[in-house]
Design a protein. Structure first.
Length: 399
């Protein structure tokens, strides 16, 4: 059986999943990319620095970069990915099914329409949820438009509970919604963290962190939806009650200078280490005791939570972060606080540090994330494909 996958550009979190899919004995998988992001585009996307990912993104699975005829290409806009080539590829009916990552770019709709016209099964994956901030008129327009096309997909691939609710809200039939979880390479992060733990004290020394302190980490882009200042203010309030807490901020972006200025003027024990690439990021999880993700509803999942849990670190997230209902079990794998409410976030930090429960919660976090692994995501997608194609076969026999 043959599966085509359409994706915007190579993404570090997808590479291992695609490799594992390519190794599946029952499936011939080919990934089509619409764009190759430049280091400058990575910086403009909120990372704040120009870089290329330092882990292999393209090895181990067949792939093709489609010709992007958009002018200018990409730029974060709907028309920035225009690949008419994908329409002809689908029309040739060389694939039994096509999986499309999202639908907010022109290439996705070129593929979706071609699947409908050619009778090829179309599966669409999304992590969108209903808690992302949207103006009233936008919500009304989406309610009218999305109900016209979402029920037409042969399968809606949700990454978790909230994205499943999203598909159902817009008219998908429950039997057509399949959970295909977001996953990172758990084994990679676990092995990296375990290798770094013996040198944890030295790493803390390098980053000017107290070896005995409880370290909370912020890992991500310094952009508005991540709300990095909420983390800064929470650390400030937490340290009024105890001197045993410090903060570590990993990443870069337009809000970094504001955070650094506030830390300096208020003498807050937070260290900034800048952007860390994939081969380095486990060092941040090895150094810290817990991750904090204070993002708003624009954080449709939050894969840093997967990374941290694979490294046996509990996570504190806002109640609008997409992965919260799936991964964060209060008092077991972390905590959930009201978005933008710094006081309960600070109190949670103090309580968890004083209770000495972070290690036990980290162990439970690692257990929890086993259900959100690359092998689980592979099995879930294969099960979906078998179900969708079996329904096609039954229909053909009945007619």
């Amino acid at each position: 059986m043959r599966l085509a996958i359409l994706s915007t550009h190579p993404i570090q979190y997808h590479a291992q999943w695609y490799r594992a899919l390519a190794e599946h004995p029952a499936w011939d998988v080919h990934v089509y990319y619409c764009h190759r992001a430049s280091p400058q585009e990575q910086a403009n996307a909120g990372f704040g620095v120009e870089f290329d990912w330092d882990v292999p993104l393209l090895s181990g699975y067949p792939h093709t970069f489609l010709q992007n005829v958009a002018d200018p290409p990409y730029g974060g806009r709907f028309g920035g990915m225009d690949t008419p080539q994908i329409k002809e590829i689908i029309r040739q009916r060389a694939y039994d099914a096509v999986m499309i990552n999202g639908w907010n770019y022109k290439s996705a709709w070129q593929a979706i329409r071609s699947c409908w016209e050619s009778g090829v099964k179309v599966l669409v994956r999304s992590d969108s949820h209903l808690y992302s901030p949207r103006p009233l008129l936008t919500r009304l327009a989406k309610s009218l438009v999305y109900r016209q096309f979402i029920p037409r997909f042969d399968a809606c691939l949700a990454v978790g509970r909230w994205s499943r609710d999203y598909f159902l809200h817009y008219g998908a039939q429950p039997e057509n919604v399949f959970i295909v979880p977001h996953a990172v390479d758990n084994r990679f992060f676990q092995s990296q963290a375990e290798a770094l733990i013996p040198g944890r004290a030295e790493l803390r020394k390098q980053w000017d962190l107290d070896p005995q302190a409880v370290i909370y980490a912020f890992v991500g882009k310094f952009i508005p939806k991540k709300r990095p200042m909420d983390f800064v203010r929470a650390i400030e309030r937490a340290t009024r009650e105890t001197e045993s807490i410090q903060g570590l901020m990993v990443g870069d972006g337009p809000l970094r200078s504001e955070c650094e200025q506030f830390v300096r003027t208020h003498d807050i024990p937070i260290r900034f280490v800048g952007f860390l690439n994939q081969s380095q990021i486990a060092s941040a999880y090895a150094v810290c005791d817990a991750l904090v993700l204070p993002s708003d509803g624009g954080e449709t999942w939050g894969l840093v939570v997967n990374e941290a849990m694979a490294c046996a670190r509990p996570c504190i997230v806002s109640d609008k972060v997409g992965c919260g209902p799936d991964l964060v079990i209060p008092e077991r794998t972390g905590a959930i606080f009201p978005l933008g409410d710094v006081e309960p976030l600070a109190k949670t930090m103090v309580r968890m540090a004083a209770a000495s429960q972070l290690v036990a919660m980290g162990i439970e976090s690692r257990r929890r994330i086993e259900a959100y692994s690359v092998p689980v995501a592979v099995d879930a997608l294969v099960n979906c494909l078998e179900t969708v194609l079996a329904s096609r076969s039954l229909y053909a026999r009945a007619n």
